[in-house]
Structures are given as C-alpha cells and as structure tokens.
Design a protein around this ligand. Structure first.
Ligand code: NDP
Length: 338
C-alpha cells in the first residue's frame, strides 16, 4: 500500500520534502472486530489549502493537526472493496475523509457520503460535487445575500472555489471581476468561466488603483479567498452596505506571522458586513445544492476546470503547488482511475 506520509510539523513555506512516500502491506479485508469499517481503494484525492493549517502543531483550530509519521488525511473519492457497514457495500463509490494512500480502512464513517450520480466524472466529488462546491454555494448565497446587478469581486478566482462563485454570480446577473496570478488564469476567467473582467494581481503595483479601474462605482460583494494586501485594497473600494464573505486567506497559511490589515475602519464608515464561515456548518444545504448544480453541469450552464496530477508520488508537489499558484483550476491527484 503506497502512502504519502506527513514528516513533521512545518514552519514557513511548505516543501515537497515535508512529505515522503512509503510502501507497506495491507490486508484488503475489513477485520472482523472492526464494526462499521469500510475498506476502500482510493481513486481521487483533493489538494486543499486548509491542509497546510493542519501541518502546524496548533490545537486551537477547528482542524486537528495531522499526525507526524502518519499518512496525510483529506477528502477523496474511493471505491468500496469490503465493508462491515450496513450503508456501504462492495462496488459502491463514496467521497469523504480518506488517506493519501492506495487503500484505506475507514472507521470514521460519519464523514463518508455515498455517490449516487455516476454519469459525471467521479473526480468532481473532490470539488464541485463535494465540499468545495458547497463552500462556494454557502459562502456566496448564504453569507453575501447577493442581488441581481450587484458588483462582485473574487480573489483566487480561477481556483476550485473561485471559479464556481464567479459562475453562480453570473447566473444571478451580477457584474463579476476576478483576480488571479497568471495570464492563462485571467484568460480562463474571461473566456471559459464568463467573468465580465479579470486581472493578474501580480502585475499590479497598486491594487487599490487596479480595483478602482475595474469597479469605478465600488464593490458590493467581495468573496475573500486570499487575505493580506488584496483585502486591504478591497476595503478601500467597498460600497456602503457591502458584504465580505471570508472563505479563506491562502496568502497567510505559509506565514509564521500573519500580515496586518490596515483599512478595517472602512467596515465602520461604510457599514460593511464581513463574515467568516466554515462549510462544515452548512452540510444541511448539501441536497439542495446538488439539486441546483447537477442540472447546471449536465446542461453546460456551469463549467468546471480541474488540474489532475497523475499518481500518488506526485501528490506532495501538487499540494505544495497550491501555494505557488501552480494549479489551474481544482487541484486533484488521481491515485487510480478504476
Ligand atoms: P485554489 O484552487 O484557489 O488554490 C489556491 C490558489 O490560491 C492558488 O492557485 C493561487 O492562485 C492562490 N494563492 C496561493 N498563494 C497565494 C498568495 N500568497 N497570494 C495570493 N494568492 C495566492 O484553492 P481553493 O479554491 O481550494 O480554496 C480557496 C480558498 O477557500 C482558500 O482560502 C481556502 O482555505 C478556502 N476554503 C474555505 C473553506 C471554508 O469552509 N471556509 C472550505 C474550502 C476552502 P493564483 O495563481 O491566482 O495566485
């Protein structure tokens, strides 16, 4: 059983050498004393920025730290090979928390979801049809209270969450601009995801001036994925009664000391509502979300771009790449395609 092992707690920038590959043996049967255990073959693994937060020895967070010397755990899509759980049987496809390894014995089955719709790519359950889709849905509709015609700005806009938020906002009739870190990503935003405009934040010396160029009348809704300097510039450009949905702050995850934010007084002056959220508190909306998004995918009203790294041995590079912006779209690792 090939596995990706988390070496030890990380300080500073995540490196591929913070993880290593080993091989061990595993019996492809659920042990008799393992009530409710499910033995799976992992197909697709999700690379997510929050995994970096789990690589700190910090207990006060919602995410428990990863265990040094153990396989990395995260969300993935898998096929059931053997089961002692009444809800899962051999041959079923599931998504949920699994290990970065070829085969996993899952005992925390409350984190698993059975996959019913298999006429879409199974890898989608690491993203648009899983936790990240729900993140975009809840973070936009529940936190931002969006209305047709509003001006929406999204950072890390071509990533897993950002590309979906932008398309939801367009379907509602908003004016949508995204920022991303390369020309290819900017082209994708404008030509594939249908954003009204997009810019490469790395080429803008003055982010405040850039936002004024794209939003001369200000921003109603900011979907925050990045934090730091972008947030500071956005605060200067929000409209009265604007809303900021704080989904994440990926620019801060590799830093030992978070950057300061200077323009928070604008929250007061413009009576802005800024709210953080965690997707885990919105799982009750998952069936409603799937009812909305599955037809959109099948009718081609929403497109979805994935960046699939082949093979477990490429997983450390794929995860590290998130923080250098190497992924174009949702970063997935294909462990096996069947
Ligand atoms: P992405 O697919 O967007 O990948 C991360 C992207 O972030 C990179 O491609 C890069 O894009 C950008 N990035 C990386 N480092 C920096 C930096 N220093 N400055 C600016 N941009 C940077 O990731 P996801 O869509 O999976 O996640 C997006 C956000 O959503 C994250 O903050 C994540 O933590 C959060 N999240 C929150 C959840 C919740 O429950 N609140 C659940 C899931 C995700 P670029 O090239 O454009 O710079």
């Amino acid at each position: 059983n090939k596995q990706v092992i988390f070496k030890d707690y990380v300080s500073g920038a995540l490196k591929e050498s913070d993880m290593y590959i080993t091989t061990s043996t595993i019996r492809l049967k659920v042990p008799e004393d393992c009530t409710n255990g499910v033995l799976v073959k992992n197909l697709y693994l999700s690379c997510d920025p929050y995994m970096r937060i789990r690589m700190r020895n910090f207990q006060g967070s919602y995410f428990s730290p990863l265990k040094p010397g153990s396989p990395i755990s995260g969300r993935g899509v898998a096929k059931v090979l053997d089961s002692r759980h009444p809800d899962y049987k051999k041959g079923d496809f599931i998504w949920g928390i699994t290990g970065w390894e070829e085969y996993s014995l899952i005992t925390a089955t409350e984190t698993l979801f059975k996959i019913h719709d298999t006429d879409v790519p199974l890898s989608y359950y690491t993203g648009i049809l899983g936790m990240l889709g729900l993140t975009a849905y809840a973070g936009f509709y529940e936190i931002c209270s969006p209305k047709k015609g509003e001006f929406v700005f999204i950072s890390a806009a071509s990533g897993a969450v950002g590309q979906l938020v932008g398309q939801f906002a367009k379907l509602l009739g908003c004016y949508v601009v995204g920022s991303a870190g390369s020309k290819d990503k900017v082209d994708l935003l404008k030509n594939k995801f249908g954003f009204d405009d997009a810019f490469n934040y790395k080429e803008e010396l003055d982010l405040d001036a850039a936002l004024k160029r794209y939003f001369p009348d200000g921003i109603d809704i900011y979907f925050e994925n990045v934090g730091g300097k972008i947030l500071d510039a956005v605060l200067l450009n929000m409209r009265v009664r604007g809303r900021i949905s704080v989904c994440g702050m990926v620019s801060q995850y590799n830093l030992e000391q978070p950057e300061g934010v200077h323009n928070l007084m604008h929250l007061v002056l413009k009576r802005i509502h800024m709210e953080g959220f965690l997707v885990y508190y919105f799982f009750h909306l998952f069936p409603k979300y799937l009812d909305m998004v599955l037809p959109y995918i099948k009718q081609g009203k929403i497109v979805y771009v994935e960046d699939i790294a082949e093979g477990l041995e490429n997983a450390p590079a794929a995860l590290t790449g998130l923080f250098a912006g190497r992924n174009i779209g949702k970063q997935v690792v294909a462990v096996s395609r069947e």
